[in-house]
Structure formats: C-alpha cells, structure tokens
Design a protein around this ligand. Structure first.
Ligand SMILES: [Cu+2]
Length: 140
C-alpha cells in the first residue's frame, strides 16, 4: 500500500489542553493518527481517534511511535519538496503547515512555527510515490 508518514513535535504553550481531531492534505486521500504498539516483539500500527496535547507539554511524533499516516497519495512526495498539512483542533481551530519531505530526520532543526497556542517543530515526511504498489513502508 503506497503511503507515507508525517512526524513532528508539538508543544502546547497555552493554559488549556488541546486535542487534534483530524488531519488532512491535498497530497493524500486518507490521513489518520497512528500509534505503534509492540506485542510479542512484533510492532504494528493502530489508528487512534485523536491526539491530546496537554497544556504546557510536548508531544513527539516519531518513527516507531505516534505518527500521522498518509494513504491514497495523490501526489508524489519527493525529497526536497513539501507537503501541505492541516490539523484540526476540537476547538475548531485549523493549523496549516508545510511538511518537508526527507529520507531521514537531520537531527534537531530550527524550524519552529508558532500557531496560536501550539508550536510545531522538527517536522518531516517520508518520501513516497503516488503510483507505486510497493513503497518504502513506514516502519511506524
Ligand atoms: Cu501508521
């Protein structure tokens, strides 16, 4: 199944907990919040309905953990391009971000974007081609 995954760090600098309830992009038909669970030494991914960002805390989406899964790609995700991502909060607020496509995370990056109470940083997505049956399957 062709697909990609988005990783990023989200810090809530506000006084209230925020919950992200959906993700969308013009580059893919389906986006879902996933977490990785390990049972009997086998890792698999599981969809979760929402992503809680507690007040004052930081949530990290990274390979092998939480991530945003993209399937049904409508655009090729090529290295050095960027994909548009919208995250919707339960308050109705929508956060629009560009996610750089890269093969791996290049350590810490100074790319923080402040939108309302949330600060997004270290964001990246795995490269993938929209037409391929076999792709570099995100490991989690
Ligand atoms: Cu996944």
């Amino acid at each position: 199944m062709p697909g990609s995954a988005v990783y990023l760090r989200i810090h809530n600098r506000g006084q209230s907990d925020l919950t992200l309830v959906s993700a969308s992009s013009s580059a893919a038909r389906t986006l879902a919040f996933h977490r990785t669970v390990v049972e009997d030494d086998i890792a698999r991914m599981e969809a979760v309905d929402s992503l809680l960002i507690p007040a004052g805390e930081t949530v990290e989406l990274r390979p092998g953990g939480m991530h945003i899964m993209l399937t049904g790609l409508t655009d090729d995700l090529l290295p050095e391009s960027a994909l548009p991502l919208q995250l919707e909060c339960d308050s109705g607020e929508v956060y629009a971000l560009d996610i750089p496509v890269m093969k791996m995370m290049m350590s810490e990056r100074d790319d923080a974007v402040e939108l309302g109470d949330l600060v997004f940083s270290n964001r990246w997505a795995r490269p993938a081609l929209s037409g391929m049956n076999v792709s570099a399957m995100p490991s989690g």
